[in-house]
Design a protein around this ligand. Sequence first.
Ligand code: CAP
Ligand code: MG
Length: 447
Amino acid sequence: KPRSGRYDAGVMKYKDMGYFDLDYLPKDTDVLAVFRITPQDGVDAEEAAAAVAGESSTATWTVVWTDRLTASEKYRAKCYRVDPVPGADNQYFAYIAYDLDLFEENSIVNLSASVIGNVFGFKPLKALRLEDMRLPIAYVKTYAGPPTGIVVERERLDKFGRPLLGATVKPKLGLSGRNYGRVVYEALKGGLDFTKDDENINSQSFMHWRDRFLYCMEAVNRAQAMTGEIKGTYLNVSAGDMEQIYERAEFAKQLGSTIIMIDLVIGYSAIQSISRWCRRNDMILHLHRAGHSTYTRQKSHGVSFRVIAKWMRLAGVDHIHAGTVVGKLEGDPATTRGYYDICREAFNPQALQHGLFFDQDWGGLRRVMPVASGGIHAGQMHQLLHHLGEDCVLQFGGGTIGHPMGIAAGATANRVALEAMILARNEGRDYLAEGPAILAAAARGCT
Ligand code: CAP
Ligand code: MG
């Protein structure tokens, strides 16, 4: 006779089904998750938390006979802590521990299908947000991580001691391959390190991908010859199927590109596959987080970007868009700094705060270069350096190509502004307070 497990008609029993235990002490090997839970009116918060633990591990809506054929106690996730969210009405942080054996190694697909696969449309919850995860070292070690990493990228480019500079070619759509290549050449010649395809540039009728790759690499080679510096352009290899992604990546390699780009929307398996290819081919992998705000932006529902950043470091990207603090896109300094910490540190202590809920040991996985992009320009250089530090890429699309004196001048303005700020910092000056004056002096020097 089945035990009572039904929760329809408002009678929920997940708490009685073994998914809730405030005395449970998480093991070092457990995968931990913290969810922000907003229960429906009249639903007990602890029951709602137990339901999330249940449905994201072994449970369905009732007890099933076949539970008795598994080591069910071990496989049940356990909600071990529920805290009211400070300052929020009817919201709770629910901490859940999952046994390591619930997850296949080296598979973001499996991890995400478990933890966010089935719970977000759950009736007893008004809203649900996955805030953060702690990935045990035993699990981290099953991933290869970034193929290149910050240190090796800098060595390959021979560029140290300052953020790297890039620009997204604009307009986003419509340029022919030849005109697109001209933008790349002007921007690189003017002083940028990188240019970048936009998230929605793939292979449209106005510019097929091979045209773009050919003209872009011609521009890179000419700019390198002219400046004596190593330059790159992120060739977006995102495509409708994996075969085409590989074909485009191979062509980028043949043409001598140091870097390729993918969009987050190609999916986790595709990201892990192309990361493996990059590792074999000494290629830097740039990830544009296209689409992320559809689920990261709302504070009470969805998945925090800190979780996506952690998954992407495991999956193995070298660059990841991680916010700007200033600029056209939303992002507060403390939370954004948390994303940068996830990318750049060998160990993330929770004590650092910046929105992190757990200590995270990265077990030697290489570090990811965070990318700041979205409505930023040279006039914010002091703030960007202050908030984001040195190991990042600062990317100015409109902020290069929109310069009144032309694209190369826009690139030079960015490079001069950055070098002036680095110089001021290295001289021990208060570059944040003096920023506008330093920029004005640098601009006078330029003209
Ligand atoms: C920037 C950009 C990028 C966003 C990505 C754009 O252009 O090309 O896609 O910055 O955002 O289309 O807006 P501008 P995020 O430099 O001209 O603003 O880094 O947040 O993923
Ligand atoms: Mg874009």
